[in-house]
Design a protein around this ligand. Sequence first.
Ligand code: GLC
Length: 652
Amino acid sequence: MIRKYRIGNPIPTDSVIEDIPVSQDGIPYFNVDEEAKELSLFLEKEDKIFGLGETVRGMNKRGWLYTSNNTDDPNHTENKHSLYASQNFFVVLSKKRKFGVYVDTPGKVSFDIGYTSLDKLAVVFEDFDADIYIVTGEGVLDIVTGFRKIIGRSYIPPRWAFGFGQSRWSYMTADEVREVADKYEEAGIPLNMIYLDIDYMERYKDFTVDESSFPEFPKFVEEMKTRGIHLVPIIDAGVKIEEGYDVYEEGVKRGFFVKKDNGENLVAAVWPGRVHFPDFLNDEARAWFGDKYKVLTDQGIDGFWNDMNEPAIFYTEDHLGEVFEQIEDFKGKNLDIDSFFAFKELVGSIDNNPEDYKRFYHEYKGRKIRHDKVHNIFGYNMTRAAGEAFERISPDKRILMFSRSSYIGMHRYAGVWHGDNQSWWSHLLLNIQQLPALNMCGFLYTGADIGGFGSDTTEDLVLRWTAFGIFTPLFRNHSALGTRRQELYGFENIPSFRNIVRLRYALIPYLYSEFMKAAMGSRMLFKPLCFEYGDDRSSQVEDQLLLGESIMLAPIYTQNAEGRYVYLPEDMKLVRFRAYDDYDEEIMNAGDHYVRAGLDEILVYVRKGHALPLAEPGQGLEEVTASQLKYICYEAEPKSYELYSDDGISRL
Ligand code: GLC
């Protein structure tokens, strides 16, 4: 059951699509403190908190302060409070009580979950205006499904988007892209997507292609497609200010860019230098920007990633001016303990400055609203612009799209990637831990930059991360400019990478079926163990996942580990894959085990009463029928498995 409560006068977010009347009763469970702008809840010792989507720290969110304030921060360390997304749904779970809470507000809100006080959960608002949804149900999975039903069906990508993708900031020319494709082919590692980062554009201008480095682009797109490779270009939120650039000129003429209080268009800067930001919250501007994607779909493009849409701001012209003025005061000075840090702070205040988010306004649902009040739905609306336009541009076929910034509601239009992680073992664990929380909030098509985006990677990290990544819907290796190359063919153990990636393809019938069942049935694809198993030990496990109905994963995420401890909540069958057609099976009893796993092995635990279908090689991304599959089961007798099948491309 779901009840809706209202505090203040909330700005709508369009995240909930069901019309639920506002209850006049008091909000259950919570204490309301208007003065402190806070809802609070006493936490029992046994209460665990799950959810909040893409955040730092573990699965049980207890013990930290999380702030929904979409931020371009490439250092996802434990001390952070905000990442790129605001996904304000969580569940309080213990044997005694279970309920879900969705805090729907487009502005800044903090979730103090046993941070200030160990046994208190406080939702602290900047503006005390929000719709609060309290979701109850028999079990935690019913609660999640109940919530997911009111926010609408999750985005469904084309089936080819379950293939493997290679990315890099940036492949600079068409020939460099060809070389990547060739080398994958030579290495015998399947590949279905190559991502084009910002340098494919002409001076970082959205919806342009650099003619000199990518000549005859439509032909090139076609050439790659005949090799089974979709090119997926990036689109950034900022529109370059440049005379003669049509997107800029049209946007200015039609008044579609965000404005300052005095009515002038805000001048900010991102990759291209000075930009204007489209007012994605304005219906007309959103439709206009969305239609621009047609420039690329007309050239054969059928997938996109939307970036820098928190929005990331290198500087605003106004604040930069202030900084230059103030910097004069420091010139020639002996910078001491006070002035040195003041100087550093001044220089450090240039990018992503909270004050800059108060400098501009949106035309949203007939009202002029200052950006910071709706900050967390900006990236959502950029992606919504594209999603709504795709329904017009490509009414029959699905288009691949994922975004960096998000808010609940965006899950209907696209997936997300987990942003600029690092080539750190701890970020492989973070990847594992973020997945169920994202699923709770409706985001099913997700994946992290495999191998890590920032920092130099190592071959063993890429091996272990790829061995986990084959299970995530978005399966993409991406890395930053200036870091060690991490295309799989560049490492020594090519046969191991080949076997791992091929196993992904053998698993696609299962992964796609489970994904589709989760999308259609508003269910989770990745679950913490305790969402299905009621024993106390299961609720302590933060580094294993249930994936779909049939399997459990216990990935290795530490360097030099030859194995790891694995907890089995019930008897399961361990399948030790060296390749899709080379594996051992072993029945294991419930309980704790130390399980060895070589760098070239992928371990899957098959649950009792379920089946894991495996495709034969060569079938790649094509649809397969149930009879063409091999089934691995715990039992000697094969169990039935409901294979989901469709053409993989028609809109549903
Ligand atoms: C941002 C994105 C990253 C991309 C880079 C250059 O940092 O998160 O994925 O490679 O910008 O476009």
